[in-house]
Design a protein around this ligand. Sequence first.
Ligand SMILES: [Fe+2]
Length: 429
Amino acid sequence: MAYYQRLGSVPGKRHTQHRNPDGGLYYEELMGEEGFSSDSSLLYHRGIPSQISDARAWDLGDLDTTPNHPLMPRHLKLHDLFEASSAGVDVVTGRRLVLGNGDVRISYAVADAPSPWYRNGIGDECVYVERGAARVETVFGAFDVAEGDYLVIPRATTHRWLPVTQGDQGYAEPLRAYCIEGNSHIAPPKRYLSRYGQLLEHAPYCERDLRPPQGPLLAEDIGAKPEEPTEVFIKHRGSGPDSTGGLVGTVYTYPFHPLDVVGWDGCLYPYAFNVADYMPITGKVHQPPPVHQVFEGSGFVICNFVPRKVDYHELSIPVPYYHSNVDSDEIMFYVDGDYEARKGSGIGKGSISVHPGGHAHGPQPGAYENSIGVHYFDELAVMIDTFRPLELGEAGRAVDDGKYAWSWVGGKRGGGGTDGGKGEVFTTS
Ligand SMILES: [Fe+2]
């Protein structure tokens, strides 16, 4: 984010001596984007940031992808990916690849275990918390995240996920994390920003809605020992197929605990944003998906469709017109809403629809007509549009219902996936 934050102890002048109580120096680290030409922060470490005492390979698991060929719209049922009884899954090593291309990977995890310390050396991550809650500790400070939160984590930010498990703090559901990994930075759309980076009046959210990291910053604040040797799992570039970005992993051992930053300041840091703080833009006639955009990365955009009043022209049709987004694949993650209206369509909470470029898509039969006169849609969905085609990861292949493609013809092929004309009024895509 392009607005300045400061936490902990920093010297009055950058790049000058900053001493600890014993008279020794803290070690300054500039963490900056695009060389030295974009947003950055200065972090003051107790230990030398480059000090590693061991390195070993980290097997990232199955990241192979399969092209969407023959070209099919698809329905992926994410809630079938993890057994209710599965335990010991963490958000970092347990996430399973649903879809991916050379720009972005979408993974999913139902987690109840603490993750290892981790940083993504390839790009920013945007993790959407579908259900449950977690504490996320980072070198910039900590977050308490819960249902509806996006957490945007800049590339190379060392952090870990600590799910709030069932019974703790009243959360009945495990942490469900929808993980969007860019091969680039993830930020608000440029058109929402002033020339100097402030969110503009027409943007559907503003700085006041963004939560920066809070303390504590240091190992002893979380009950750890500062001198504790600690492993950090690093995802980074390697050789391999372009569709997975050529990913590999390495585990570094540091001779000290990663929470050793006594202070930092700057414009680069993780932040949280809750989808309930997104103020939807509505219109007299149907508004196109870009009005629902929340973030963007290189080669993809992230939009959210939130509960809202809908089109108020006297002859409006509130559901979308059929559309060919000829330059992109579009995937919709259905989080919440009134699903009675689309009973039998196959799509439900936890579903992903994949609408690929080259295929015109829109409402299921009956929905077009049934939406007339509707004034409000109670729905919540997160959409990602990519400009390169998405391929299916192992998790996507595992929970593909195999019949969604035929849902517009009344179930004549494949034997399901339609509501027989009652119509889904899910509007978004
Ligand atoms: Fe669409």
